[in-house]
Design a protein around this ligand. Structure first.
Ligand SMILES: [Ca+2]
Ligand SMILES: [Ca+2]
Ligand SMILES: [Ca+2]
Length: 200
């Protein structure tokens, strides 16, 4: 009897965890407070991606629960934005940001085509010591190099995770707690329409 009770508890706990894990917003964090905050959402995608793979995945990303969200590789344009991004990490897991100096060596630009800063020069940098060194022609940037937040210029053969920045402004997301109420509201609208149709 006791064993059955325990296994029921385990099933319940497993269910709760899997609901959290599949929630689209679980890994997405909004920068909605503190100096310079822009209300954008940020999502760290771990993995071993080439820059081109990361960029095309980020640029075609959208949040299902935020209206008109447009994803791009993150643009880090201030120390405040870098500090916010640093809070997403407890260790230096490397990630691509949307910058390159491939067009003109040493002249860094935001290149992610869906980003609001696309084509703009970088004015903020957070290089790791002795970087950028363009060693063997390095035209892209991986952040969290050796320590959280620091940048290194790297070549196209490098693989890393990436951070998507969603640049649309914010639409409140219905929380699961509100959904039954909203569904009830929808049903009442349908009922009203039906009554109106019958009356007509
Ligand atoms: Ca940004
Ligand atoms: Ca370079
Ligand atoms: Ca380098």
């Amino acid at each position: 009897m006791k064993i059955q009770f325990l296994s029921l508890l385990t099933v319940t706990a497993t269910l709760s965890v899997s609901i959290l894990a599949t929630s689209a917003s679980a890994a997405v964090v909004q920068w909605n407070s503190g100096p310079g905050h822009n209300n954008h959402y940020y999502e760290y995608v771990p993995g071993n991606f080439l820059f081109d793979e990361a960029e095309s995945a980020a640029n075609s990303s959208a949040l299902s629960n935020v209206t008109d969200s447009v994803g791009s590789l993150a643009t880090i344009t201030s120390s405040e934005e870098q500090a916010f991004l640093n809070t997403l990490f407890t260790s230096a897991q490397q990630y691509w940001i949307g910058a390159s100096d491939a067009a003109v060596e040493g002249s860094w630009q935001w290149v992610s085509s869906t980003s609001p800063e696309s084509g703009e020069p970088l004015s903020y940098f957070n290089w790791f010591r002795d970087e950028p060194n363009n060693q063997g022609n390095e035209d892209y940037i991986v952040a969290n190099w050796a320590e959280i937040g620091r940048w290194n210029d790297v070549g196209l053969g490098r693989r890393a995770g990436y951070v998507v920045e969603y640049s649309s402004s914010v639409q409140a997301v219905p929380t699961p707690a509100l959904l039954p109420g909203l569904m009830g509201f929808g049903v009442s609208i349908l009922r009203k329409k039906k009554i109106e149709a019958e009356a007509a």
